[in-house]
Every structure is written in structure tokens, then in C-alpha cells.
Design a binder for this molecule. Sequence first.
Ligand SMILES: Cc1ncc(COP(=O)(O)O)c(C=O)c1O
Length: 372
Amino acid sequence: MLTRRGFAARIGAGAAALRMLPEMAYAQRAAVQNANMPSDMVWLNANENPAGIPRAALAAMSETLPTAWRYRYQDFRGIYAAIAKSEDLAPDQVMVGSGSSEALHIAVDSLTSATRPLITVTPTYEGPVELARTLGRPVVLTKLRPDYTADVHKLVEEAARARGGLIYICNPNNPTSAMTSKQELDWLVSNLPPDTTLLVDEAYIHFGDSPNLASALPYVREGKNVIVTRTFSKIYGMAGMRVGFAAANAEWVARVSPLRINVISIVSAKGVVAALEDRQNILPERKAAMSKTRGELCAWLKERNLRFIEPQANFIMIDVGRNAREFISEMPKLGVAPGRPFPPLDNMLRVTIGTGQEMAKFRDVFWKVYKT
Ligand SMILES: Cc1ncc(COP(=O)(O)O)c(C=O)c1O
């Protein structure tokens, strides 16, 4: 229960800084820092989708814009219901927020404490780890296995040792693009220690093509102690519109919903509802286009005997055969911005799958830097 005193204690200097975290962190993490960037830079650093905003969403948003001088709070019940229905969930099992970041933020804030750690792998998406640390919550990082997959047994062991906590996995994982298989996910859910919640971040799940990759949403529907986050920033190509959601048990959603900043923008909300109405076309088309371009890059890498992690998302981690830090800083000078370094995978470069043309430029620049 969030008391007023507890709340006030959190809004100290640390928490005030925390509100700024996403923008500051994104800017600081970027591989490209200076203002002297080529104007035709190819941005392959943030796992965005070059397919862009779906046409149906754009039309709905344009139509909504002139009416956005009103809050339109009364529309949100229907909007949340449409988002829930798209995944066969009840409206009270869904918490919509500003990107999936808001849902992840609330999950970490409400389900970790001074004695309940965040338990995850390294490297993974930094948001939850950075938030837990800023809040002074313990963080347990487990190593990836040699095949770059999460060691689900270690995650469970650590949760048992801490007598409970929040296990966070990103599936497929950012930055590795590797997946936790359906079988391992099943084992993880069946073996969650007492007082332990599993948080599965499925930002990239739509891009995977392995038959062993499966969503954790069925566990939410079955009432297991599992929360799934989804976003409209990736396959839906709506990163700047800032919409995502958590799917979880209704009791948790009701308890933590007051932690949301507020409703999302009505323009964005109408856009995602329109995109969802057309998802039978949008999802397979976009997945096929990305898969084709990703496959071309994989084939090119194989021809050159360059190692990479088998990808399940819209990005690939490539082993550049030496410390990648300098490699990563050289590429933007030639007009391509890859992802930043991801220790402890020091020899790896992460690249987002862009358009065919962008990837042709990536291959060209990558090869120039590789050969120097
Ligand atoms: C794994 C993962 N989860 C969550 C997010 C947050 O995205 P958003 O807040 O746009 O949904 C990102 C952003 O890149 C991500 O890579």
C-alpha cells in the first residue's frame, strides 16, 4: 500500500532525477554524440521499424488531431477494451502506458523492494536494471549461457536464495536477439519460487520465426504470477507515439494503476486502435519484409565467415573479432550509426534491420571498418 509519507519519501532528489531518466539515458547511450553528423546518416541504433506508422493508424490519428483540444477521457474505456481484446484479455488485465517503458517502470517499482531484488541476465534491456538501481533496490545479474540464452535455472536459484523477487526476461532478448524457448519459459513459470513474479518483456516477439518462440500471454490468461509487456514502438512502427501495455492479473493492475502518470495521448490511442484493427495484414507483412532483409544480412555475414547470434528480433549482434567500441565509433563517421557497446559482450556490435537500401550501406561501411 502506498502511503502518503512513503510517496513523499520517494519524490526526493533521486526520484526527481528518475523522471528524467529515459530521455537522458537514451541520449547518453547513443553511439553518436556530436552535432557534426552526416545529414544522410543511416540510423540503425534503436531497433525502430523503417516500415513506419501503419497507414490506417496515420489516417485515424489525422482525423483525431483536430479534436485533441479536449481530454476525451470518456473514450479511454473503449480504447483500453480494444487493446485488451486484441490479445484475448479482459480489460481489467491490461494497463496501458507511455510506451512499454511506463509499464516496465511500474512493475519494477511495485514488485522490487530493499529485500526483493530484480533478477535478470546480462546483457539485457537496461531500463529495468537502471530503474531498480536508482531506487536503491538490489539487482542480481546472471550470466548468459555460451549460446547466449538466459539460464532459467540460475534465475530461479537466485529468486529462491533471495526468498522472492522480480525475474525480468526480455524475449527475444535485447541486445542479443536470442530467445528463451517455449520449453524453458514453461519450466520457469512452473518453478517460480514463492513470492516471485516473472516479468516478460515482449517488445520484439512479433519478429521471431522460431517454432520454439512463444508468448508468455497464455500464463497471464491462466492467472499465473506472470506479467507481460508489449509495445507499439517496434513492429507497429509507432515509437514516437509512445504506447505500450502490461498484461497481468486484474488485482495487480488495479493496485498499481494509480502509479501511471495519466492517460496516454488520445491521438496515439486512436492510432493504435486503428493499427490493431488492421493487424491481420500489418503483422505478417512487416514480419516478412524484415525477415527477408535480416536473412540477406545473415547470408552476407556467413559468406565472410563472420559470427553472429542467430536472431529472433529486428536486430543482429555481430562478433567483429576485436573489441567493438572503436569499431562502433568509426561507423557513424562513414554515415551509419549502429547500436552502442553492450558489455560484457565486448566484441559484439548490434545493428537494427533497416530497409534493404540502408542495409546495403551498412554492409559497405561495416566492411570498410572491418578491413582497417
Ligand atoms: C526490450 C525493450 N523493452 C522496452 C523498450 C521500451 O520501448 P517503448 O517504451 O517505446 O515501448 C525497449 C526500447 O527499445 C526495448 O528494447
